[in-house]
Design a protein around this ligand. Structure first.
Ligand code: ATP
Length: 486
């Protein structure tokens, strides 16, 4: 009963078979790096985003210091636009610095990320690595900005150029002043946002892991500079704990602190929360979330203009006339702390997670295979998604054992009653064993079956996904049971 059998091929096949994830525009041959979520996938991903929002934002208790936090803090949310003023990306540094190095092959015209050449495939046959065919002709590595460019308005000229956001974070920073002046938050507090981001990845790969359109769940947490290291440690641990609370096992999850050379130039601490995805060689991990101590870099950039490092300092980059190379807004984004009567630019801790990578990790973790006896007692192999009940796309499936004796009507009544609270599925087709197995593959934690006894004593069979154990339960007790277990 382990998920060691969760090879990438099997997870991808299950996603297709059960309608979790499809290739975007599949009937036209697909488009690289874009994925659609099917009926079950959209529920799973929504549940992940809702769990994150509930646990980090709407359910946060700001009346007391929660476990592990250095102090009480507030949390609010935002929903900002995908296209923003182009100057945002110039001041933030993305316009100049958000690039990957790529290598082209002049012979076959394929493009590879420079740091992925060794584990990429040349598109020609027989399959080899780029550079290994006799006539491969690779260029030197060149820069490629990952931001998608578009035009706002009717004119296709440079003044109309804009970008699809490559992260949701900047929408938060540019609204910092709005939030402080319109809500009653006081530093320390966080602003959270969930939304689409776009990166024109050179080599999208590994299913949804590296896509060109994806969703992020980001928090920008604002604190006083002298407390920032404690808050960094808090968020790192809090975020690891969130994944484990929803079922990612600790041996597959790791927190990796970046060395000073790996960090961005503005960061004084970055840790990645990583998961041992099955597409990686044994012992390797892929990033699920980055937690970064960003100092006052972001708010200062949007005040003063694009910053660069000069020794230990971050200073405004200047052009040949001594003007900021990319000016900021000129607005005062500092904060007046009325408890200490001091004014400062808050430091920022950023836990930045990907909703699609989280969805993929939860799917890989949940995938398992075992054998259970069928109606005749013969062991049958089954695929079961052991998703945490909070994340399961369908919470309960309701079946009539047979399609007569009033059983479908009774089952439909239970279905309608539970449907008011949860995502419930009704199914009367096929043998009961097949119906159970279909739900096991979908990750449905409970199945309820109406049978002959139901009309006699008002009870149904309740079957549990992971153990396959069955118990009889009164229809009137179902809601209470589910409230406790979902
Ligand atoms: P990587 O090193 O894998 O490219 P990154 O360090 O550039 O990731 P961040 O900029 O820290 O990623 O973005 C925060 C989170 O957004 C990542 O931890 C990941 O979950 C998600 N993310 C980033 N790029 C992608 C992508 N191309 N596809 C899917 N999710 C992504």
């Amino acid at each position: 009963m382990s998920n060691e059998k969760a090879t990438m091929e099997k997870v991808v096949a299950l996603c297709k078979r059960r309608g979790f994830i499809f290739q975007s525009s599949e009937i036209y041959g697909g488009i690289g790096g874009f994925w659609d979520y099917g009926p079950l996938g959209v529920e799973l991903k929504r549940n992940i985003k809702e769990a994150w929002w509930r646990d980090m934002v709407s359910g946060h208790d700001d009346t007391q210091t929660i476990d592990g936090a250095p102090a009480r803090y507030g949390m609010v949310g935002l929903d900002t636009t995908i296209i923003m003023h182009p100057q945002v990306w110039k001041a933030s540094g993305h316009f100049d610095m958000f690039y990957d190095m790529f290598v082209d092959c002049r012979t076959c015209k394929a493009r590879f990320r420079a740091d992925h050449v060794q584990d990429s495939q040349c598109p020609r046959k027989p399959s080899k690595k780029p550079g290994e065919h006799g006539d491969c002709d690779l260029t030197d590595p060149r820069e490629f900005n990952l931001m998608f460019k578009t035009y706002v308005g009717a004119l296709l000229d440079p003044t109309a150029e804009a970008y699809l956001r490559p992260e949701t974070a900047q929408g938060i920073f540019v609204n910092f002043k709005n939030v402080v002046s319109t809500s009653r938050v006081k530093v320390p507090f966080g602003i959270a946002q969930i939304g689409k981001s776009f990166r024109n990845e050179i080599t999208p790969r590994n299913f949804t892991f590296r896509s060109r359109e994806f969703e992020q769940m980001e928090i920008e947490f604002f604190c006083a500079p002298e407390t920032s290291h404690d808050w960094y440690a808090y968020w790192r641990d809090r975020r690891v704990e969130w994944y484990t609370s929803l079922g990612l096992k600790s041996e597959k999850l790791q927190l990796r602190e970046h060395g000073p050379n790996e960090r961005a130039h503005y960061s004084c601490g970055t840790a990645d929360i990583e998961y041992a995805f099955p597409f990686l060689p044994k012992g390797e991990f892929g990033e699920l979330e980055g937690v970064s101590h960003r100092s006052d870099f972001d708010l200062r950039s949007h005040m003063e203009g694009k910053l660069v490092r000069d020794g230990d300092e971050l200073v405004v980059e200047r052009n040949e006339h001594g003007q900021p190379r990319h000016p900021g807004s000129g607005k005062d984004l500092s904060y007046f702390d009325d408890t200490t009567q001091t004014k400062y630019v808050p430091h920022v801790i950023e836990p930045s997670a990907g909703a699609d990578r989280a969805t993929l990790a939860f799917l890989c973790e949940a995938y398992s295979e075992d054998a259970i006896p069928d109606e005749k007692g013969v062991p049958q192999e089954r695929v079961v998604l052991r998703l945490h009940p909070r994340l399961a796309p369908v919470k309960v499936a309701i079946f009539p054992l047979i399609k007569k004796e009033g059983q479908p009507e009774q089952a439909a009544e239970i279905y309608r009653d539970l449907k008011r609270r949860w995502n419930v599925f009704y199914d009367e087709k096929g043998s009961i064993g097949k119906r159970y197995r279909r739900q096991d593959e979908s990750g449905t934690p409970f199945c309820v079956t109406v049978d002959h006894q139901t009309s006699v004593d008002g009870t149904v069979t309740l079957r549990e996904r992971d153990t396959t154990e069955q118990q009889r339960i009164k229809i009137t007790d179902l809601t209470g049971f589910l409230e406790e277990h979902l």
